[in-house]
Design a binder for this molecule. Structure first.
Ligand code: SF4
Ligand code: SF4
Length: 134
């Protein structure tokens, strides 16, 4: 039988593992260990908005090839296309706008990764590496 409930709602004697904030791979509650080992391997962790923009860019290049445009013309055309694309509402229900200068502007973006898609850190594990002081 479980013991009496403590002030935090847990049963006395239950260990609660706290996120490993001191770990070098810890970022906003998520674990970057696997990504650091194999950068780019897990496509599912990438920001979906960036992935969409890249797909549109590839499509743009494919189509532009048929028109024999110069690099300068291509650059101008793409910058106009991208302006429109960036103005469209972001195709992501989880976007969190707020003061970041990233593209897309989202507080969950880490380089080209979405922090929400990375595995959660469940607490200090055998892969824990102490974060170096800045
Ligand atoms: S929440 Fe932000 S970082 Fe994550 S996929 Fe959406 S826009 Fe990208
Ligand atoms: S403690 Fe383990 S799970 Fe948590 S961030 Fe570090 S390596 Fe990842």
């Amino acid at each position: 039988m479980d013991g009496p409930e403590g002030l935090d709602g847990t049963t006395r004697g239950t260990l609660v593992r706290l996120p490993a904030v001191g770990c070098a791979d810890f970022q906003a509650g998520r674990c970057l260990y696997e990504e650091r080992l194999n950068p780019g391997l897990h496509m599912a962790w990438r920001c979906t908005v960036l992935a969409r923009w890249e797909a549109v860019f590839d499509e743009f290049l494919d189509r532009a090839e048929n028109f024999g445009l110069s690099e300068a013309e291509l650059g101008l055309l793409w910058s106009r296309r991208f302006e429109r694309l960036a103005e469209e509402s972001l195709p992501c229900p989880d976007v969190r706008v707020g003061g970041s200068e990233s593209m897309p502007e989202c507080l969950h973006l880490l380089e080209d990764l979405c922090l929400l898609r990375l595995p959660q850190c469940a607490g200090p594990c055998e892969r824990f590496r102490l974060r170096e002081k800045a």
